[in-house]
Design a binder for this molecule. Sequence first.
Ligand SMILES: [Zn+2]
Length: 76
Amino acid sequence: MFTGRTKVVGIAGRFGPRYGSSLRAKWKDVVVRRYQAYECPLCGFKVRMERISTGIWRCPKCSRIYAGGAYQPLTT
Ligand SMILES: [Zn+2]
């Protein structure tokens, strides 16, 4: 039943309430990192990398594809 209250769920809301808050926080962290700008190791521009698949990233600036981390373009 719709109560009229606004639920604050954010991007992690689609995982539903049966998942623990720690897991949601972890997922949010992953998503945030994924959309951060990273300095391209190939052209040096700081851009938002496009993830082709797990560990495969493409730089929108120089269009070159390179291997990186599974959830972020560059592993530290
Ligand atoms: Zn580049």
